[in-house]
Design a protein around this ligand. Structure first.
Ligand SMILES: [Zn+2]
Length: 297
C-alpha cells in the first residue's frame, strides 16, 4: 500500500459505524415522535431531550481507533443521534458533539481495557436530573470549539431508546428502556412499519407490563394478554403520532410469514393470522373514528 493510500485509510470514517449512526438517527426520530405526541396516553410523562449517546469506552480497545476516526477524538459521552424536532435539535446539539458537562454534572471518562457503559449511563442520568428541574444547560466540544447550549424541557412518554448492532432480530421493553437490534430495523420497509415495532415496545412500558408480569408470573396466558394489549395500544400510538395505523398489519402480514420471528413470536404470542386480524381491526376502528382519540397536549 502506498503511503498515500495508507494515510487515506487511516483517516477515513468507518462505513459500518456511519450506517449504524444513520439508522440510530431514524430510530430516535421515530421513537421521539411516538413518545412526544402520545403524552395523553402517559400519566408518567417525563422530560425527553431526544438524543442518544455513546462513548469511546463502551467499545473494545481494538475498535477504539476506528470509533475515534469516525466520530471524533476524545473519550467521554458523545452524541450518537439527535431526533428530528426534538428539544436537543432545537438547542442545536449535533451528532458527534462531545458532552463536557450537563447542568451541575461534569462529564468525562477514564478509559479502561474492559468496555463499560458507565459514561453513557452517567450522561443519561445527568440529562434526566437536569431536565427534571427545568431547561438544561449543556457544554459541548465540537471540533476544537466549545459551546454552551440550552435544551428546553419537553415532556414525553418515558422510553429511553437503545439501538444495538446485532444479526439477531430482537426488540424488547423492560419497563423504562426500549431496545431494538439493527437486524430488526432492517426487517421494516418504511418508517410506519418501524413505528409499529417501537410503538409495541413502548406500549409494554406505558402499560407497565414487565412489572405486572413480575407480580402475576410469566405464564403463557399472562404473556399473551400483555401482547394483545400492547398491539392494541401500539396501533393507537401510531395513529396519534401521525403514522399509518394499517402499517402494523402490513408489517405483520409479511414478517409473520417468515420462518422465524425472533423475540416477537416465541410461542407466547398470537398466531400470525390472528395477529394480523387484530391489528387490522384496531386500525379500522381508528380510521372509522370509533375510538375517541385523546387530544394531544
Ligand atoms: Zn411484545
Amino acid at each position: 500500500m502506498s503511503i498515500f493510500l495508507y494515510l487515506a485509510a487511516a483517516l477515513s470514517a468507518d462505513p459500518g459505524f456511519l450506517a449504524l449512526q444513520a439508522m440510530d438517527n431514524r430510530v430516535m426520530t421515530i421513537g421521539y415522535r411516538l413518545a412526544s405526541r402520545n403524552v395523553a396516553h402517559c400519566p408518567n410523562a417525563v422530560p425527553n431531550s431526544g438524543v442518544s449517546f455513546h462513548s469511546l469506552g463502551q467499545y473494545g480497545p481494538e475498535e477504539r481507533s476506528r470509533v475515534a476516526r469516525t466520530f471524533g477524538q476524545g473519550a467521554g459521552p458523545r452524541v450518537m443521534a439527535v431526533a428530528k424536532n426534538s428539544p436537543a435539535e432545537k438547542a442545536g446539539l449535533l451528532p458527534n458533539d462531545l458532552i463536557l458537562a450537563a447542568g451541575d454534572a461534569r462529564l468525562g471518562e477514564a478509559l479502561t481495557p474492559k468496555p463499560t457503559m458507565d459514561a453513557v449511563l452517567r450522561v443519561r442520568k445527568a440529562f434526566a436530573a437536569g431536565l427534571a428541574q427545568g431547561p438544561l444547560s449543556v457544554r459541548v466540544k465540537r471540533g476544537s470549539a466549545e459551546k454552551e447550549l440550552m435544551i428546553p424541557r419537553h415532556p414525553a412518554c418515558p422510553s429511553t431508546i437503545e439501538l444495538f448492532p446485532s444479526s439477531k432480530r430482537e426488540a424488547a421493553a423492560d419497563g423504562n428502556m426500549l431496545q431494538i437490534s439493527s437486524a430488526m430495523v432492517e426487517q421494516t420497509q418504511s418508517d410506519d412499519e418501524l413505528a409499529f415495532i417501537l410503538a409495541h415496545e413502548m406500549a409494554h412500558n406505558i402499560l407497565q407490563h414487565p412489572a405486572r408480569l413480575d407480580r402475576i408470573g410469566r405464564k403463557k396466558a399472562n404473556i399473551l394478554a400483555t401482547e394483545i394489549e400492547a398491539d392494541k395500544l401500539a396501533v393507537r400510538l401510531m395513529a396519534d403520532a401521525g403514522y399509518d395505523p394499517f402499517a402494523a398489519a402490513r408489517f405483520w402480514a409479511r414478517y409473520g410469514r417468515g420462518p422465524k420471528h425472533g423475540i416477537l413470536s416465541d410461542g407466547t404470542h398470537m398466531r400470525s393470522k390472528d395477529r394480523v386480524e387484530l391489528l387490522l381491526t384496531e386500525a379500522g376502528k381508528i380510521e372509522a373514528g370509533k375510538i375517541v382519540r385523546p387530544t394531544a397536549q
